[in-house]
Structures are given as structure tokens and as C-alpha cells.
Design a protein around this ligand. Structure first.
Ligand code: MN
Length: 414
């Protein structure tokens, strides 16, 4: 990649470099919800750029940009959304661009509110990290045979609930529910084992029709972009309810996403090979090319009243055993259709090392050891007032493409 030099100031190590240009939805005191594009420490107001005439050749209807969600813009297709990014890149590097003297196009994030970027139709959560699935299998089932027999043959997943997907900054109440202490009948009350799950999610950018199958070769045409995803989990509720049909109330009370959707094309330089899949997978799950992405991830925990957070996990999206193309090919192989705005989460992203485990369940090994924080406190699971912060970025040869963060605070049960 040739390095390009924009005239706009971009702070060192900004996630939102000239190569990124992610899409989000923002509003200000004076303007309604609209599409924004992050650059350095500014938000580009897309309706304003359209009004200036800089994107005329792309024929973008103003309503797609002045919109509560990205769905209508995404529906115009990758040719249009990547066209916007290419044209903005050009203008941001051209000293004589009208953009340079048009302050109305640039909004200070401190005066903006970020919103949920897409209207989520359906939400699916996979279980695609072999390290995570192995850790959970060892703790809950059999240390010798941690993976279930199907795990290496298909990307295991379940259908979640979209109504409770919220944007970064939304506080979450500790859920109440039914749990089963080891030595008594079931009881009702606030969860005592609140957890996060470090995940990423991809957003569908193109409808498929009922009965149609999306192949691994076609899959990336159907993926608009990615966000960071915290799949909040109540382990005690989950443990009692999940057999035989899988996660339900231990999961569906909230999931939090980062506000900026990084288009898949912005991540192209960070493709890497995935782990070798042995045994060989069925033909519909085979793929060509590099379909994993090198994205450094971390989780920080900030207790109530503290200014500093502690990093409790460092992981990487490249560890995923099943890639997004395989997940989507599997999801549609039976003819299940996908729609623009659907969200497909990866499952908890753990690495091999204990400090790369992507949940408190694994970091504390089911509560049997504690995780130390910078202020001297310890945790096995989350406490009321804890803020969980997830960050992610890719970087190579001075080119950085990041996701910003998803940050949410756990409040006491209502
Ligand atoms: Mn999950």
C-alpha cells in the first residue's frame, strides 16, 4: 500500500486514519440523526458533503445519508459506499478541495451523540474460537474431550435476539433470573456470575433470497463491515437453562456494539491465513485465499470511581478457527436468507495464552482464581459499577485501521 498524506490533522495512532473511513450514525444538538464518517478526531457529516456536490457522480439520495440507520446507504451497494470512501480520500489529500474550507462538513465528536449504526434484523452468534470452545468444554464437560464431536465439522452457532443490541455508552443492568445452586432447589434473583464476551461481528450488506446459498467465494460480497461486540453473559443463568436448546435469558438481555462500522475493504491489507483445519471440512465449507484478519483486541475493566482501567485480556481476531466466509456459507447452506443489517457475531475470541482469554469465565477459570486489577482489587466475575471497554485495531507499515471502542457500565439489578 502506498502511503498517502491528508491535509487534515490526524493524531498519531488514531484508529481513524485516511485508510479507514468507517461509517456511523450521529446527531448533534442542532442536527438530526445522519450518516457520519470518522477521520482523525473529527466526524465528516455526509449530508453536508452531498450538499456541497462532491459526490454527485455517485447519485446518493439525500434520504440515505440523512437517516436514523446505515441500512439504506448500505443497500446502495459496495460500489457506492466504497465510492464515497475513495472520493473522500481524494478530497482529504487535495489541498485545493472545496472540503478544506467547508467547516460545516466536520463535526467535533464531543458535540455529537453516536447511535446504533444499523437497524439489526436478525442476530446470530457463532462459537468459532477453538481456544474458547476448548476452555468452556474443559470447565463444563470433559477435560479430555473438551470439543463436542460436531465442532470441527461445522461453525456452531445459535440465533440470538436483535432487540437488545445497544450502542457503546449504553449502561446495562445486571439481569435477574433463575439459577440453580449446587446444593438447593432453583432460586430467583440477580445474576451472581456476570460476564462479558470479547467478540467481533460482521454486518450483512446485501440481501440473499430464500432458498439461495451463499458460497465461501461469494461471502465477502455480502459482508458490509465489522464492529466490536460485547456479548454480555450471565453464566449462572446460562448454566441452568442451556440444555437442551442452548443460550436464552443468560444472553438476550443485552449485547453492546461499537458505533463505527469498518468496511471490509478497509481491512484488506490485514488479511492472514487461518489455522489449518483438520479434519478436512466438507466441500461447501472449503475456501480459497486468505480469509482471516489480523485485528489486535483488548479488554479493559474500570471499577466504579477509578480513573484508570486495567487491561485484563489481549487477543486477536486472527485466531478464529472458522472464518466469516465459512460462517456465512454454513448459515445459508440450507437456504436460510440473510438481510441487510443482520449481525453475525464471531463468538468469544480467545487465544492460547491465559491472558488472551476473552471472558471472565475463562480468565478466572470458572471463578476458581481471581484476576488482579491495577488498584489492588480482584475479580472473578463483574461487579456492579464496573465499566468494560473493548478496543481493536489493525496496523502494518505505518497504516492503522481501528474500531475505536465499545464501552459500557454494569449497573445494579433493577
Ligand atoms: Mn457469545
Amino acid at each position: 500500500m502506498t502511503n498517502i498524506e491528508p491535509w487534515i490533522h490526524i493524531p498519531d495512532n488514531s484508529d481513524f486514519s485516511i485508510y479507514n473511513l468507517p461509517f456511523g450514525i450521529f446527531s448533534t444538538a442542532n442536527s438530526s440523526k445522519r450518516v457520519g464518517i470518522a477521520i482523525g478526531d473529527k466526524i465528516i457529516d455526509l449530508p453536508e458533503v452531498i450538499r456541497l456536490g462532491l459526490l454527485d457522480s455517485l447519485n446518493i439520495p439525500l434520504e440515505a445519508a440523512k437517516n436514523e440507520f446505515l441500512n439504506d446507504l448500505i443497500a446502495l451497494g459496495k460500489k457506492t459506499t466504497n465510492g464515497i470512501r475513495k472520493k473522500l480520500q481524494k478530497h482529504l489529500c487535495d489541498e485545493s478541495s472545496p472540503l478544506k474550507n467547508h467547516d460545516a462538513c466536520f463535526v467535533d465528536p464531543s458535540s455529537a451523540t453516536m447511535h446504533l449504526p444499523v437497524k439489526v434484523g436478525d442476530y446470530t452468534d457463532f462459537y468459532s474460537s477453538i481456544e474458547h470452545a476448548t476452555n468452556v468444554g474443559k470447565m463444563f464437560r470433559d477435560p479430555e474431550n473438551a470439543l463436542l464431536p460436531n465442532w470441527k465439522h461445522l461453525p456452531v452457532g445459535y440465533h440470538g435476539r436483535s432487540s437488545s443490541i445497544v450502542v457503546s455508552g449504553t449502561d446495562i443492568h445486571r439481569p435477574k433470573g433463575q439459577t440453580k445452586p449446587a446444593d438447593s432447589d432453583p432460586v430467583f434473583g440477580p445474576s451472581k456470575r456476570m460476564d462479558f464476551e470479547l467478540e467481533m461481528a460482521f454486518i450483512i450488506g446485501k440481501d440473499s433470497s430464500l432458498g439461495e446459498t451463499v458460497s465461501t467465494d461469494e461471502a465477502e460480497d455480502y459482508i458490509f463491515g465489522m464492529v466490536l461486540f460485547n456479548d454480555w453473559s450471565a453464566r449462572d443463568i446460562q448454566k441452568w437453562e442451556y440444555v437442551p436448546l442452548g443460550p436464552f435469558l443468560g444472553k438476550n438481555f443485552a449485547s453492546s456494539v461499537s458505533p463505527w462500522v469498518v468496511p471490509l475493504e478497509a481491512l484488506d491489507s490485514f488479511r492472514v491465513s487461518g489455522p489449518e483445519q483438520d479434519p478436512k471440512v466438507l466441500p461447501y465449507l472449503q475456501y480459497s485465499g486468505t480469509k482471516n484478519y489480523d485485528i489486535s483486541l483488548e479488554v479493559q475493566l474500570q471499577p466504579e470511581g477509578e480513573d484508570e482501567s486495567s487491561t485484563i485480556c489481549r487477543s486477536n481476531f486472527k485466531y478464529m478457527y472458522w472464518n466469516m466466509a465459512q460462517q456465512l456459507a454454513h448459515h445459508t447452506v440450507n437456504g436460510c436468507n440473510v438481510r441487510i443489517g443482520d449481525m453475525m457475531a464471531s463468538g468469544t475470541i480467545s487465544g492460547k495464552e491465559p491472558d488472551s482469554f476473552g471472558s471472565m469465565l475463562e480468565l478466572s477459570w470458572s471463578g476458581s482464581k481471581s484476576v488482579g486489577l491495577r488498584n489492588g482489587q480482584e475479580r472473578t466475575f463483574l461487579e456492579d459499577g464496573d465499566t468494560v471497554i473493548m478496543k481493536g485495531f489493525s496496523s502494518t507499515d505505518g497504516v492503522r485501521v481501528g474500531f475505536g471502542e465499545v464501552r459500557s457500565k454494569l449497573l445494579p439489578a433493577k
